[in-house]
Design a protein around this ligand. Structure first.
Ligand SMILES: [Mg+2]
Length: 375
């Protein structure tokens, strides 16, 4: 089964879950000699990064794998790693590699009639608990409480709240306010629901603040604190880890299997965030998941883009015992609900892995054309 064509497609779309920001991503369509197509995604997000990823694929990465036999997807993965040895190991080249790898896996699955999770060794579970993964952008605490309570009432098993995002919310600006916010959210959602706090890029805590705020938030039973410090601050993370009992999540901004290996080796990370559309594709995620599992930790898919990455993340999460939950953007949006025939969603709080070969989803041409960006 030879790879005969690779086509990057840059998309621009409004994201109601991100204060209606226009977001960008790159889909990649690969075609095998028998005409089978496979789809992948590079979550490059910025328009210039998406265009650059498309050019990297067209001008170099495609040549490295076109004509290859792709019966074993790790062959193409290794060829791409070799090709990008100088400018890869992170950054745009790794995004491009991730998309091609994902599309190759999908293509093999579609050609052989096997689902991705089957190809990965089978599902450990058929469904994962659905978590509403939202950016806090409501003007008041009361508004956020009622939004989160509404998601839980509609079936979501919990919520992950991103701080320091766009919009009029004050969360992320004052740690004391943030603790009050978490207290109110917990009271509104009830004691049973999962609650994760994602500090992230929009907030800058130092180690002392992280220790103080995490310890206070722990009184309201948070499942984990995510990116409480800059992802490069491994020394700070080690200090925080010693000082709090709350699980620490980080990793969504890492790139490679090797980097996750080092990160997990620090012992400071309880929940490793991994995006297959960034961290070396399906092959990368699968390898990272094995390391996370061996370390007795949790892997959490960072699937906050299109249904392509969500489908890949779902299969990957279902195929490893190291996963716990699955995040969904809770507000209906074009990339999750319109791009594919059957949106990836939950039923009574459980997200089912898509049936069908490969990723189990295929992007609709009309929706691609509606959002396609020329470059
Ligand atoms: Mg995050």
């Amino acid at each position: 089964m030879k790879l005969v064509k690779i086509e990057p497609i840059v998309l621009r779309y409004p994201e109601p879950n991100d204060f209606n920001t226009l977001r960008h991503t790159v889909l990649v369509r690969v075609t095998a000699g028998d005409g089978t197509e496979g789809w992948g995604e590079a979550i490059a997000m910025w328009p210039e990064a998406c265009k650059a990823v498309a050019h990297l694929i067209e001008d170099g990465l495609a040549d490295a794998v076109l004509g290859m036999d792709i019966a074993d997807p790790s062959d193409a993965w290794r060829a791409l790693k070799r090709h990008t040895w100088w400018y890869g190991e992170g950054g745009l080249a790794t995004l491009a590699l991730s998309a091609i790898d994902m599309a190759v896996w999908d293509c093999i699955g579609k050609s052989t009639g096997r689902s991705l999770s089957d190809m990965l060794g089978g599902r450990v579970r058929a469904t994962l608990p659905a978590i509403a993964s939202l950016h806090v952008n409501h003007p008041t605490i009361e508004d956020s409480v009622s939004a989160v309570a509404g998601y839980v009432a509609s079936g979501f098993r919990g919520a992950k709240l991103g701080f320091g995002k766009k919009g009029p919310s004050k969360v992320g600006q004052d740690p004391a306010y943030d603790v009050d916010f978490v207290k109110a959210i917990r009271a509104g959602m009830g004691p049973e629901a999962w609650l994760m706090i994602d500090i992230g890029n929009g907030v800058r805590w130092d180690v002392d603040t992280a220790i103080w705020a995490t310890s206070r938030m722990a009184e309201y039973d948070i499942a984990w604190i995510e990116e409480p410090l800059h992802p490069d601050d491994w020394a700070g993370l080690a200090v925080l880890k010693q000082a709090v009992t709350t699980r620490i999540a980080t990793g969504e901004r890492e790139w490679t299997v090797a980097a996750y290996d080092r990160l997990i080796g620090t012992g400071s990370v309880d929940v490793a965030g991994v995006d297959p559309a960034r961290a070396e594709g399906i092959t990368g995620f699968q390898r990272i998941a094995k390391r996370v599992e061996a370390a007795g930790k949790v892997i959490n898919a960072h699937a906050w883009s299109t249904a392509i990455t969500s489908a890949a993340s779902l299969h990957l999460s279902a195929a490893t015992p190291a996963s716990e939950v699955f995040e969904l953007k809770p507000i209906e949006n074009p990339m999750q609900h319109e791009l594919v025939e059957t949106p990836i969603w939950h039923e009574s709080g459980e997200v089912r892995v898509p049936d069908g070969p490969g990723l189990g989803v295929v992007p609709l041409e009309a929706v691609i054309q509606r959002h396609r960006l020329a470059y």
